[in-house]
Design a protein around this ligand. Structure first.
Ligand code: KE4
Length: 425
């Protein structure tokens, strides 16, 4: 038994499923997950000393790569002053000011410690502002694990066969209305029936939790028009797309302004941070100025904020060079992998937006969760395991996104393409 297997068996004795987040357990693909001991640049090393070119990237935060020196240095400096104060700090102001500078709809920011806290708060804010209870979400979108979102959810919920989770009271789940992603007619029908009771529509402006699904032309614009018409709030869940698909996030890429935006992942530079942001008129309704309550012991934690400042600072400073490089590398990867699959006669779709991508084994384009579910899962599992054996780590589920970082160089991309070309189908 190798070190990873020994650790996995040991982990299962003290941690549910042996993991602290289900997507790490290799449920959809089977096998034993590598236990990672270190990361550097675009690579991670497991407990057996094996190196992998890494496209998981901690599920999105590490847009600059693993152990980015600027991030580590900033965290080390913060650490020497202490780990947490439970009091306001200047650095939190700096991070809020940076986010308001970079995100078009942001006027005020509340920091929390995860994407789930961010979306949970955004929903409560929308319900408190409108006095309404219902929510529209889209099948296959994942907005974290707060009760109202565990209805037809993507990511690990879908991967493990529970897109609607037990433990969520029916009375609450019934308030969550679901439409297929990119389906304007279905969304209009929900508004026609429930319009006056809908507090918000929450959407991943680029869906990254059923693979990667781009919004069809006009979809986001139509959601903006429908929510405005019916007095509901439009929430862009940019936990994954924030600073990933564009320097101004998806709202900058598509030119659609939401009422509230949730952020996470990159804004924490690999440490726990989430954020809710939007115009003064909405954000000032949060406690303590407003009556809508939200709180967190470690919200705005000095170490997390230091990592976020370092990462966003680098992205802002070298914006055009960095996003140009990320786009070029991702395109080269997608084109090279696509050529290799075409040569092998394997039907595929490789959508990519900014530096997020996925590979569907399907001969049809994927516009929603039903399309994504029709992709060939057996082929995905074969692709996943043969790449892992070749030293390339992609997300262990077809309902996830892959992430390219600034540290993925030509050698890594070419090695990845070469590994795909050697897969035995
Ligand atoms: P967290 O609570 O995991 O920080 O964020 C929840 C969340 C919210 N919104 C979107 C669009 C997200 O993608 C996520 C979390 N993404 C998953 C990956 N698909 C996190 C990985 C995991 O669950 O371990």
């Amino acid at each position: 038994m190798n070190a990873n297997s020994e650790l996995f068996e040991r982990a299962k004795k003290s941690i549910p499923g042996g993991v602290n987040s289900p997507v790490r357990a290799f449920g959809p693909v089977g096998g034993t997950p590598p236990f990672i001991v270190s990361g550097a640049g675009c690579r991670v090393r497991d407990a057996d000393g094996r190196d992998y070119i890494d496209y998981v990237g901690s599920w999105g935060p590490l847009i600059l790569g693993h152990a980015e020196p600027a991030v580590l240095d900033r965290v080390r400096a913060a650490l020497s002053a202490g780990t947490s104060f439970g009091a306001p700090t200047e650095r939190e102001i700096e991070l809020a000011e940076m986010i308001t500078r970079l995100v078009p709809s942001a006027e005020k920011v509340r920091l929390v410690s995860s994407g789930t806290e961010a979306t949970m708060t955004a929903l409560r804010l929308a319900r408190g502002i409108t006095g309404r209870d219902r929510l529209i979400k889209f099948e296959g979108c994942y907005h974290g694990h707060a009760d109202s979102f565990l209805v037809a959810a993507g990511s690990g919920a879908a991967s493990h066969g529970h897109p609607s989770s037990p433990g969520v009271p029916a009375a609450l789940a019934d308030l969550t209305l679901v439409a297929p992603y990119n389906d304007v007619a279905a969304t209009e029908a929900l508004f026609a029936e429930h319009g006056s009771d809908i507090a918000a529509v929450i959407v991943e402006p680029v869906a990254g939790n059923m693979g990667v699904v781009e919004p069809l032309d006009g979809f986001l614009e139509k959601l903006r028009a429908l929510t405005t018409k019916h007095g509901a709030l439009l929430i862009f869940d940019e936990v994954m797309t924030g600073f990933r698909v564009h320097p101004q996030s998806a709202q900058g890429l598509y030119g659609v302004t939401p009422d509230l935006t949730t952020l996470g992942k990159i804004v924490g530079g690999g440490l726990p941070v989430g954020a809710i942001t939007g115009p003064h008129r909405f954000m000032d309704q949060l406690s303590p100025d407003g009556a809508i309550y939200q709180a967190g012991t470690l919200s705005g934690n000095p170490l997390s904020v230091a990592a976020g400042l370092a990462m966003l600072g680098r992205l802002e400073q070298d914006r055009d060079a960095i996003y140009g490089a990320l786009e070029a590398t991702t395109t080269a990867l997608a084109d090279g992998v696509g050529d290799a699959l075409t040569k092998a006669g394997i039907p595929h779709q490789i959508p990519h937006v900014g530096s997020m991508f996925c590979v569907y084994f399907s001969d049809q384009p994927v516009h929603n969760f039903a399309d994504a579910s029709r992709a060939d899962k057996d082929r995905f599992n074969s692709y996943f395991h043969q790449l892992l054996a070749s030293g390339v780590s992609v997300a262990p589920s077809p309902f996830e996104a892959g992430f390219v970082s600034l540290a993925h160089d030509d050698a890594a991309v070419n090695a990845t393409i070469d590994a795909v070309s050697k897969i035995e189908w």
